[in-house]
Design a protein around this ligand. Sequence first.
Ligand SMILES: NC(=O)c1ccc[n+]([C@@H]2O[C@H](COP(=O)([O-])OP(=O)(O)OC[C@H]3O[C@@H](n4cnc5c(N)ncnc54)[C@H](OP(=O)(O)O)[C@@H]3O)[C@@H](O)[C@H]2O)c1
Length: 284
Amino acid sequence: MILVTGATGTVGRALVDRLAALGAPVRAATRRPDRADLPADVDVAYADLGEPDSLDGALKGIQKVFLLADGPNIPAHDANLARAAARAGVDTVVKLSSGRAADPTADDPVPRWHRAGEQAVLDSELAWTFLRPMGFMSNVLAWAGSIRRDRTVRAPFADGRVAVIDPADIAAVAARVLTEEGHEGRAYLLTGPEALSPGDLTATLAEVLEVPLTFTEVSPEAAREAILEHGVSEAMADAITALRAASLEEFTSTVTPAVEQITGRPATSFRAWAERHRDEFRHA
Ligand SMILES: NC(=O)c1ccc[n+]([C@@H]2O[C@H](COP(=O)([O-])OP(=O)(O)OC[C@H]3O[C@@H](n4cnc5c(N)ncnc54)[C@H](OP(=O)(O)O)[C@@H]3O)[C@@H](O)[C@H]2O)c1
């Protein structure tokens, strides 16, 4: 059986659905089993990556784990899971990491947190695969409010470009890696098909939503304030600001063939992602 952590989130939920559709036995881990709204035929277990004792029950009878931790807790939470998985006799951990963990020059918080998490998995001596995605296409859903309000996208680093990826493609890769042989000891840099600037993303959204949109560059400080207004911690706001600044570097424009090589179909374009998510921009 496969344990999916982060099963109620963007990537994890898509992965649970894919594994269930493949008929793979899957257990979804969440801190809120009563409110998780997962498919009825999926086994659901309580697990908090910050509470090592809660992991033993969730890991009973599990051969493979999809490990997804988030934010400043990534190093500690990945280590908790890796140790509990080794105790429980798990075979393999597939960790969702960050594309920028593969950039040797990256020294800002998110790649550092994920590298520490990867090291904890390596230290467990279990078989492993690391999925290192570039920025998610779904991050632009943060623009939905201002698109509805005044048809304007406000973002920093107008010249930055990122080879953004559809989170559903990450789930498709994870489903293959968790159900096929041959992925042990591999770290995959996962990207979308092209590197796009915030202005490019805005232009495509305008076409798909059939409304005129204006892109306005804002300062990194103003963008950080806007993040804090959403109740995000200072540490996370700093980490997101550093990630955004990294879009000015060449590395985030890297496009790899990994999604197509692993899933057998090309990586999803931003236009196709936007067409699937049109309603989320139109209605709150
Ligand atoms: N966004 C990007 O551009 C990007 C790019 C590259 C890598 N990443 C990485 O992708 C990951 C985020 O993935 P996502 O967007 O799919 O996540 P998400 O939608 O934000 O969901 C977070 C998930 O984590 C679970 N969770 C939170 N705290 C937990 C805890 N203490 N114990 C157990 N589960 C916990 C939540 O489950 P419950 O609340 O149900 O417990 C939820 O399912 C991060 O590692 C991030 O660094 C993101």
